[in-house]
Structures are given as structure tokens and as C-alpha cells.
Write a protein that binds this ligand. Structure first.
Ligand SMILES: N[C@@H](CCC[C@H](N)C(=O)O)C(=O)O
Length: 294
């Protein structure tokens, strides 16, 4: 039997969206098969969404199953895609997204972007989580100088000027904003992602200043086990860490992953918001086992 999906992306971070009412006996196995870019539809994860229209604004319960078959507690771009999906169904311009990391409000902006609250980022080692007595700011872990922050999920944030020479693929000017393109992320990130310091693993995000108070971004994602074109929690992590380390005082902070442009803002309580475009790509169907086949 088959179940319908809609394919969405937020600045290149792409997801199959399946209504949570659909019968999918093994969500992990489906994600492993259909997120594969060679043999499946290809995506950075499957979002299972339950829409509760009796509330005002409508609520969406979001579960992200990643290509490795495991769930993630939060996904910034996934939540923005979930918001667009729910807004199209309900006609609402505001929705609430229930995630394992909290309930987040999302709004459509005048520019037709989706902006979402991202909660309060934390450096507390117990909440990141990282095995350390104090918050980790610019400390070497597995060969990389990282700052550890949780923006819904853990990120090890490193700035390009701290990346050791041997992780650049060619001779480049370290002050160039293009230096980030030459970092060998597929080599430098996995030891950090699986580092003993991180009981739940971590995403690895690198940043380089764009010269205007913003940053370019690249992220190696836990669960995808590779680099993605965009990562919303990673964009927020860069903005939070850069402000904390005095690398920018911009607000909003422009963050540009390979797949597009995001904006991170802060309110007076230190809560972050994430804004950027979301696009519906296409619809389709995926095969799942029917109850009789089990
Ligand atoms: N791409 C997401 C983050 C998804 C979760 C992450 N891979 C993890 O396992 O922590 C985003 O846009 O935030």
C-alpha cells in the first residue's frame, strides 16, 4: 500500500511531509529508505504532522524522523516547513508547532517568509548536553575549537579562523569570506559529531563572517550524517554564539547557509526567532507495508 506525501524545503533543508494519521508501521525504516538520494525520493528527513484545527491559532504536532531512522527533538527549518504546510491547509497566518523541545509560534511575514520562535538557547553543559563542569566556549574538542550551545538540539559551533590549516582543501586567504567553502567538513566534523564529550552526539556548524555583521554557514547534521544545504537550529546557534563571543552585535543576524538566506533575531528575554523562505516542491506517494503483510 502507499501513503501520500508533500515535499517541502526551507532554504534547501528538505523534507517529506506525511500526515500523522497515515498508517506507517515502521517510520524509521521508511525514513532510511526514502531519504536516500540515490534509491529513494531523497530528503533530509520525514516530518509527521498532526493538525489540530480546533485551536486558535491552529496547532501542529511535529515529529521529525531523520535519514538514520531516529527522531530529533527539534528542527528549525522543519518547523518552518510544518508551519507553511499548516497555513496552506487552514488559511491561517499564524500557527503553533508542538515539538519535543517546546511549543513554538510561527507567523507568515509581509514578505511571505515564515518566522518562528526558537525558544531560549542555552550554554548549560547539562542541557546541551556536553560532559563539562562549565559552559564550553572556544575549547578544543576532537581537533576543533568549538562553543557548545543547544538551540533545540546541540551544536558545536566553530569559526573558520579557528579551523586548523590541515582541514582546508586548498590554499585560500583565511580572511576571505570564501574560506568556508574550502573547509573539508566531511573530514573535520565526524570526530566531533561522535566525540566522547557528547552523550547524545552533536551537530557541527562552522561559520565565517560576511563582513556586514552576518555569517556564512555550513552544518554537518547528526541523523543525516552529512552536510545539509541549510540548518535552522545551526543558524540560530551561529547567531547566539557570535553575539556571546562579541563577534557581532547585529540584530537581526543574517546567516547564509548554501541553500539560501536566513535571519535570526532576539527579543528582550533572549529568545531567538528564525525567518526565511519555505517552498512546496511536489507531491507523491511512498510504499509502506500494509497491515496484512506484517
Ligand atoms: N535541520 C534541522 C536540524 C535537525 C535535527 C538535527 N539533525 C539533530 O539531530 O540534532 C534544523 O533546521 O534545525
Amino acid at each position: 500500500m502507499s501513503v501520500p506525501f508533500q515535499k517541502y524545503h526551507g532554504t534547501g533543508n528538505d523534507f517529506l511531509i506525511i500526515h500523522a494519521d497515515e498508517y506507517v508501521p515502521d517510520r524509521g525504516a521508511l525514513a532510511e529508505r526514502e531519504c536516500d538520494r540515490d534509491d529513494g525520493v531523497g530528503a533530509d528527513g520525514i516530518l509527521y504532522l498532526a493538525l489540530e484545527e480546533r485551536f486558535s491559532p491552529p496547532r501542529v504536532v511535529m515529529t521529525l524522523v531523520q535519514p538514520d531512522g531516529a527522531t530529533a527533538p527539534m528542527c528549525g527549518n522543519g518547523a518552518r516547513c510544518a508551519a507553511e504546510w499548516a497555513m496552506r491547509r487552514t488559511g491561517a497566518d499564524s500557527v503553533m508547532i508542538d515539538t519535543q523541545a517546546g511549543t513554538l509560534r510561527a507567523d507568515r511575514t509581509d514578505a511571505d517568509d515564515i518566522i518562528i520562535e526558537m525558544g531560549t538557547p542555552t550554554f548549560d553543559p547539562a542541557e546541551v548536553p556536553v560532559r563539562a563542569d562549565e559552559p564550553v566556549f572556544g575549547e578544543e574538542i576532537e581537533g576543533l575549537d568549538v562553543t557548545m550551545v543547544n538551540t533545540g538540539v546541540p551544536h558545536a559551533v566553530a569559526f573558520v579562523d579557528d579551523v586548523p590549516d590541515e582541514f582546508f582543501e586548498s590554499e585560500v586567504s583565511r580572511s576571505s569570506s570564501d574560506a568556508i567553502d574550502d573547509v573539508d567538513l566531511e573530514t573535520i566534523a565526524p570526530p566531533v559529531r561522535y566525540g566522547d564529550a557528547f552523550p547524545k552526539g552533536t551537530n557541527v556548524t562552522i561559520a565565517s563572517p560576511d563582513g556586514s555583521g552576518g555569517f556564512r554557514q555550513r552544518t554537518y547534521e547528526r541523523g543525516v550524517e552529512g552536510e545539509t544545504d541549510s540548518c535552522g537550529t545551526g543558524a540560530v546557534a551561529i547567531a547566539v554564539v557570535a553575539r556571546r563571543l562579541g563577534r557581532t552585535d547585529a540584530d537581526p543576524v543574517a546567516v547564509s547557509p548554501p541553500g539560501g538566506d536566513l535571519r535570526v533575531s532576539f527579543n528582550e528575554r533572549g529568545n531567538a526567532t528564525l525567518a526565511g523562505p519555505v517552498e512546496h516542491e511536489f507531491d507523491g506517494e511512498v510504499t509502506v507495508e500494509s497491515p496484512a503483510e506484517q
